[in-house]
Design a binder for this molecule. Structure first.
Ligand code: NAD
Length: 260
C-alpha cells in the first residue's frame, strides 16, 4: 500500500464484484484514480462509491466488453473523466460448466468473446493512451484453467490459454511503447463465480454439492481457497515500481496448486 500510483488512472473491467472489485480497491489504495467498468451498472457504481470513500477519484461505466462499441466507451470513459490512462486490468470473465458434448457453438462463442477476444481488442484500444502514459501497465486475468485439463469447462480453458498467449504477444509488441503486459492465473477464488461452479456445475460433474471445493482444497498446499484480495495483492505488485522489469509473464496465484 502507498501512494506510488498517485496521479495514475486505471480501468478495471468486471470491477463491480469479486476479483475485479478487490483489484479496483487495491489500486485506489495505492493512489490511483479508477474507472470501474461492469455489465452491472449498480455494482460498478457501488464500487466507485467505495473508492471515493478512500478519497480517490472514481468513475463507473456500464459496458459489455464483448462489444466493440462497449470497448470504445470504456476507454473514452477514462479519458473523459480523468484525461489519461496508465493501467488497464482486463478482469471481466464468464464460465459455463458443461461436458464437451453438451457445449453449444453459441456458448463457445460467448465464452471466447468475453474472456479472450475482448481482452485482445481492449488492449489494442487502450494502447495509444497507455503509450502516452510512458509507463503503461496491462494486467489480464487468466486462470490456472489455462494450464489444466478442463473436462467440464473446455471453452473456458481455451479462452484463458488464449489470454496467456495474447499477453506474451502483446508484451513484445507493446514493449517499445513502454507498456508492460502480464497476466495472472488464479486458482479457485471465493467469489460469485466460484459459487456458480459449485452450485450449477457440481451436478453436471456428477458431484455432490461442496465436493468440488473439497477436492480443490485437497490439492492446494496452502490449505485454503484464495480470497479476491490475494489476487489483488499480486495485481498491485505488478503495477508497482518493484515489477518494472517484468513483462510477458503468466503468474500463478493458486496457493501452490499450480507450480509451472
Ligand atoms: P465474478 O463472476 O464474481 O465477477 C465477474 C464480474 O465481471 C461481474 O461483476 C460481471 O458482471 C462482470 N462481467 C462479466 N461479463 C462481462 C462483460 N461482458 N462486460 C463487462 N463486465 C462483465 O467473477 P470473479 O470470480 O471475480 O472472476 C474475475 C476474473 O477472474 C474472471 O476473468 C475469471 O475468469 C477469473 N478467475 C476466477 C477464478 C475464481 O475461482 N473465481 C479463478 C481463476 C480466474
Amino acid at each position: 500500500m502507498g501512494t506510488h500510483l498517485a496521479g495514475k488512472v486505471a480501468i478495471v473491467t468486471g470491477g463491480g464484484r469479486g476479483i475485479g472489485r478487490a483489484i479496483a480497491i487495491r489500486l485506489a489504495a495505492d493512489g490511483a484514480d479508477v474507472v470501474v467498468a461492469d455489465l452491472n451498472a449498480a455494482t460498478a457504481a457501488g464500487v466507485a462509491r467505495e473508492i471515493a470513500a478512500l478519497e480517490r477519484r472514481a468513475a463507473d461505466v456500464d459496458v459489455d466488453v464483448a462489444s466493440a462499441e462497449g470497448r470504445r466507451r470504456l476507454v473514452a470513459a477514462a479519458i473523459n473523466a480523468f484525461g489519461r490512462l496508465d493501467i488497464l486490468v482486463n478482469n471481466a470473465g464468464i464460465i459455463r460448466v458443461n461436458r464437451p458434448q453438451d457445449v453449444t457453438e453459441e456458448e463457445w462463442d460467448q465464452v471466447m468473446n468475453v474472456n479472450c477476444k475482448a481482452v485482445f481488442f481492449t488492449c489494442v484500444a487502450a494502447r495509444p493512451h497507455l503509450a502516452a502514459s510512458g509507463r503503461g501497465r496491462i494486467i489480464n486475468v487468466a486462470s490456472i484453467a489455462a494450464k489444466l485439463a478442463t473436462p467440464f469447462w473446455a471453452p473456458y480453458g481455451v479462452s484463458k490459454a488464449g489470454v496467456i498467449s495474447l499477453t506474451r504477444s502483446l508484451a513484445v509488441a507493446f514493449a517499445p511503447d513502454r507498456i508492460h503486459v502480464n497476466c495472472l492465473c488464479p486458482g479457485p477464488v471465493e467469489t460469485a463465480m466460484w459459487a456458480q461452479i459449485n452450485e450449477e456445475g457440481a451436478p453436471r460433474m456428477g458431484l455432490p454439492r461442496g465436493e468440488f471445493t473439497r477436492m480443490r482444497l485437497q490439492s492446494t498446499p496452502l490449505g485454503r481457497l484464495a480470497q479476491p484480495e490475494d489476487v489483488a495483492g499480486v495485481a498491485g505488485f505488478l503495477c508497482s515500481p518493484d515489477a518494472d522489469y517484468m513483462t510477458g509473464q503468466a503468474i500463478n496465484v493458486s496457493g501452490g496448486m499450480m507450480v509451472h
